[in-house]
Design a protein around this ligand. Sequence first.
Ligand code: FES
Length: 148
Amino acid sequence: MSTTPTREKRPPARHVVARVDEIAPGASKLVHVEGRDIAVFNVAGEFMAIANRCPHEGADLCKGKLTSLFESDEPGVVKMSRHGELVRCPWHGWEFDLRSGKSWCDPARTRVKSYDVAVEHGARLVEGTYRAEVFKISVDDEYVVLEL
Ligand code: FES
């Protein structure tokens, strides 16, 4: 019987990528973490992140417009929900769910990677094992933290 060496799983690293007030509601910021381009969005005060590259032809999803979910069960009646939780690709309009990364029209096969995002106080960050390569942390501010 042969044994296959198991790869040791490293604990997720937490990266401080922005001050909360840097990304206004409805806006986004492109960040570079561990060699990846990641689009971070502020959806009405909640932060969400997906890989920046559209799987169709590679557009920057951070430049896409936030939109909502529109559904219809009958002609002339449209329901809108999940306000601003989808991003529309700026090139050809494919839409991606910011929570799951799944595309709206083909969720089983087409998706972008989504990332866990948290908001942390500076006072907590200076004590923890966070990585903040880009800027200095102030204990008075709040920060957007990505987990990879
Ligand atoms: S590049 Fe995104 S929809 Fe075409």
